[in-house]
Write a protein that binds this ligand. Structure first.
Ligand code: SF4
Length: 209
């Protein structure tokens, strides 16, 4: 068993029940997953293969592509019954790619957060211009784009720069909770979508007379 799958098993045995918007119920026959907002529904469409999670994760309720799998817009109306831990791991990798491994690295103190300035310094080509974003523009953008309500469910572990934290998000967004049956989704480096948004901010600024 891979380390991260074993860690997942231990987390469930210790009472772990929710990852992002997904509830996990463990029973004698295996595991059942559903959207947490569907916890009281009994009219859900049943799936029994782990790869069904890929289709569930790809489009939102309105059929639009979900470029960010950690956005709070996972569709509802399904339940996924899985017979084994490896199938559970596969389904979670479709729903929240790489998040179990990132969480385990964090648990072990091996996860290296990369500050935004460092991420932007690595950009080349059309994204090199993102290096011109100011700290306050970046802070405003992060507060708008990454917020949990309608942006992204991940907790942010990086700063804007070594001595410049993010100030536009609530403290719990920047410090993942360790209890309560939740496995936190962690952001240790700004994603491409945020970098693309930073480019838009700079471009808009440069276009102003
Ligand atoms: S930068 Fe991180 S927290 Fe922000 S949207 Fe991208 S993945 Fe989510």
């Amino acid at each position: 068993m891979r380390d991260s799958t074993r860690a997942l098993a231990e987390w469930i045995a210790a009472g772990g029940r929710q990852i992002g918007e997904v509830l996990i119920e463990a029973g004698d026959a295996g595991f059942e997953l559903r959207h947490y907002a569907d916890r009281a529904r009994d009219d859900l469409v049943l799936h029994e293969r782990a790869d069904a999670a890929r289709a569930i994760a790809t489009f939102d309720e309105a059929g639009r592509f979900r470029p960010l799998k950690t956005a709070p817009n996972l569709r509802r109306g399904w339940r996924l019954r899985l017979g084994s831990l490896s199938e559970l791991r596969e389904a979670l990798d479709h729903l929240y790619p790489a998040m179990i491994g990132v969480w385990l690295s964090h648990q072990r103190g091996e996860l290296q957060a990369v500050d935004l300035r460092e991420t932007l310094a690595r950009q080349t080509g059309m994204y090199r211009v993102t290096q011109k974003i100011t700290d306050s523009q970046a802070d405003e953008l992060i507060g708008r784009f990454c917020r949990s309500e309608d942006g992204c469910l991940k907790h942010i572990l990086w700063r804007i720069d070594t001595d410049r934290p993010v100030t536009t998000l609530p403290p719990d967004k920047l410090r993942p909770a360790v209890a309560g049956g939740f496995l936190p989704l962690l952001c240790h480096e700004a994603c491409n979508l945020l970098v693309a948004q930073a480019r838009e901010v700079v471009k808009k600024c440069e276009a102003k007379p």
